[in-house]
Design a protein around this ligand. Structure first.
Ligand code: SF4
Length: 403
């Protein structure tokens, strides 16, 4: 078996504090320690479900000769990655949700159930104007427009698209759709508003729906970057393989295959099929289908052997871990405190001086200053995961007293 190493987290340090010592700490530090303990307690489950590639030399799963394996195995593709996927894997991308409504109800859908109709377009900016500021401030290089089905609110989509297209440097812009509502006029308007790529979810309409294939041909007149983006459902492998040539002939250049995952609070959670637990590196729990990666490799192999001008990309759970790590870094302009040091893995480190129940925070470069300013203080080193949204509670992953 070929295992993906755990790349996201630094080695954990241990700080063996007695219960009495903890009880005497200021409330804030007790909360930090509780968060660190909780995070560490999940370490065993994170590591008990490594994301692995199937055997690479077995008769069933030989890798295509043209496969590229990058980022320690987190990125697997043949041909080329679409510009949007290149940005996504670096975490330089943000998704705007146009509407959470949809005209379909796919069994694999990962759209969370909502108790009300309110929509949060972006975690960091909820109007197109504020979003333009956010893009420039954080250095967002790629923006996707999703939902629900974004074409259900076309005027809102155009507003967000136009606001994103004026940012400098100009971000790469793409749209997710099931394609049902797409028209020739819409394609022209989307192109004029700055859209670069359309990604069709053909699993939503049964893969071979002639009405949708026609829409792809129409879209291909305006967009050179057309993508089919679908979950890799092992039971549907045969149909996908059958359709590769038709999709390619219709103008599809990229095929993005997601490892099939099941998230609580979504349709996908009750979908039939094999599942094993998966724990993301930040402790988020979901399930994944163990046969999905094999299906992806088989599709890659087939496209490769047919010599189609179609690049195939595997969007694995492991790759998602990597892009989430990058997005934690991306939002640092908004989330990093002045005394914190940003680390490459999306974490932030600081020092805390503790004296007579008071706390003062310092950048890791300043421990000497801390000890001068608070002679006799206890000095702690603390590390947290930077949040993915302004409201996300702090996840502390490391705490140790240095003296
Ligand atoms: S997967 Fe896409 S098309 Fe299907 S229900 Fe969800 S949002 Fe709609």
């Amino acid at each position: 078996m070929r295992s993906f190493p755990d790349v996201i987290m630094p080695p954990y340090t241990t700080s063996a504090l007695s219960d009495d010592e903890i009880a005497n700490l200021p409330q804030f530090l007790q909360e930090v320690l509780s968060s660190v303990r909780d995070f560490r307690a999940k370490r065993a489950s994170r590591e008990s479900v490594p994301v692995t590639l199937p055997p690479i030399s077995g008769q069933d799963h030989s890798l295509p000769s043209s496969i590229r394996i990058e980022d320690n195995g987190a990125t697997l593709y043949t041909g080329q990655l679409s510009p949007g996927c290149r940005l996504c894997r670096q975490g330089l991308w943000e998704c705007v949700f146009i509407t959470m409504e949809c005209n379909l109800a796919c069994e694999f859908c990962l759209r969370p159930y909502h108790e009300d109709d309110s929509i949060r377009h972006s975690a960091w900016a909820n109007t197109p104007y504020k979003f333009t500021e956010f893009i420039a401030e954080c250095g967002v290089h790629g923006i996707s427009f999703s939902g629900g089905e974004p074409l259900l609110n076309f005027s809102e989509l155009i507003k967000w698209l136009a606001a994103s297209a004026i940012a400098t440097p100009r971000p790469y812009l793409w749209l997710y759709t099931n394609g049902l509502l797409l028209t020739e006029e819409m394609c022209e308007q989307l192109k004029n508003a700055g859209l670069d790529e359309i990604r069709f979810n053909l699993a939503a309409t049964g893969y071979r729906n002639p009405h949708i294939l026609r829409k792809i041909e129409i879209a291909a007149q305006q967009f050179s970057g057309l993508t089919v983006e679908i979950p890799a459902i092992p039971e549907d492998l045969k149909i996908v393989i059958e359709m590769l040539e038709n999709w390619s002939d219709a103008g599809v250049r990229y095929l993005n295959l997601h490892e099939l995952i099941y998230e609580k609070n979504t349709n996908a959670w009750s979908m039939k099929g094999k599942r094993i637990p998966a724990v993301m590196n930040d402790g988020h729990k979901c399930s994944r289908n163990p046969d999905s990666i094999s299906a992806i490799l088989e599709i890659m192999n087939t496209a490769d052997s047919m010599n189609l001008p179609l690049s195939v990309n595997a969007c694995t759970v492991y790759g998602k871990n990597l892009q989430i790590q990058g997005r934690r870094r991306l939002y640092a302009k908004r989330s990093l405190k002045t005394y914190e040091k940003l680390k490459a893995n999306g974490t932030a480190e600081c020092f805390c001086a503790v004296k007579n129940g008071h706390l003062a925070f310092f950048a890791p470069q300043d421990p000497v200053r801390a000890q001068k300013q608070f002679p006799g203080c206890r000095l702690a080193r603390m590390v947290r995961l930077l949040p993915l949204s302004p409201e996300q509670p702090d996840i502390w992953i490391d705490f140790e007293f240095l003296n």
